[in-house]
Design a binder for this molecule. Structure first.
Ligand SMILES: C[S@@+](CC[C@H](N)C(=O)[O-])C[C@H]1O[C@@H](n2cnc3c(N)ncnc32)[C@H](O)[C@@H]1O
Length: 219
């Protein structure tokens, strides 16, 4: 055992102590995407669902909002008289899940919020089954794992079966670049093909990042 290497749990706890600048940028992107989505949903659909596959505790230790609270706040602000918003959030860590339950409670008077304790990999099937029961439902998935190991192409395939669905993926290029030689099978699972290998090991960073994103988009 390497006593100097922080455990996964310690890294997770540290991550939620306060927002780093890249997380602030990520949340600006989420907000700028979600608000127009909610406005369109309100106009044309009776129900719209936000699904956060890797939710976190709801708020950072500083009180700053995590993605499920940002989403619930925006959907509450954009809610309309003749439609309803639902949020499905998944968190693997038990302690963070309990915090998430507490932090999302205030929004329950205005929308349905279901928080799942467990792995997105497993819960995605239940969530898709719930969404499929709803008539004319628009869905927005936010997929934001640590690194890339828990994001899987098979998730995108399942999600894409519902045509009124959008996915915002936090694409961890640096993590893929760093770990790809050690966990190539996880990268292949993310892309659903091993074609990434011919891209990753040749050329300049910007070009490689674009080609990898195109590989995922075009599938
Ligand atoms: C990058 S953080 C999410 C941050 C959050 N989306 C935000 O923007 O505020 C990833 C979260 O996913 C959780 N997690 C890790 N593996 C998971 C899995 N397989 N299924 C669901 N959650 C997972 C971690 O405990 C952590 O809270």
């Amino acid at each position: 055992m390497n006593l100097h290497k922080p455990s996964k749990l310690a890294k997770t706890k540290k991550f939620f102590q306060q927002k780093e600048s890249q997380t602030i940028t990520k949340h600006i992107i989420l907000e700028s995407y979600l608000r127009p989505w909610a406005m369109i949903a309100r106009k044309y659909f009776p129900t719209a669902c936000y699904i956060d596959g890797f939710a976190g505790p709801g708020r950072y230790d500083t009180g700053e909002e995590c993605s499920p609270v940002i989403a619930a706040r925006i959907l509450q602000e954009e809610s309309g008289a003749n439609m309803s918003f639902c949020c499905f959030n998944v968190e693997l860590d038990k302690e963070l899940y309990y915090r998430l339950e507490k932090e999302t409670d205030e929004f329950r008077k205005n929308m349905v919020i279901i928080n799942y304790h467990g792995s997105f990999d497993v819960r995605i099937r239940e969530i898709l089954a719930e969404i499929n029961k709803i008539n004319r439902c628009l869905a927005f998935f936010f997929i934001d794992p640590f690194g890339y190991a828990d994001a899987n192409y098979s998730h995108f395939e399942m999600i894409a079966q519902n045509e009124k669905t959008e996915v915002l993926l936090n694409f961890a290029y640096d993590s893929i670049q760093h770990w790809s030689t050690q966990t190539p099978e996880a990268v292949t699972a993310l892309f659903g093909t091993d074609e990434w290998q011919s891209i990753m090991f040749n050329g300049l960073r910007k070009e490689k990042e674009k080609k990898l994103l195109d590989l995922l988009r075009n599938k």
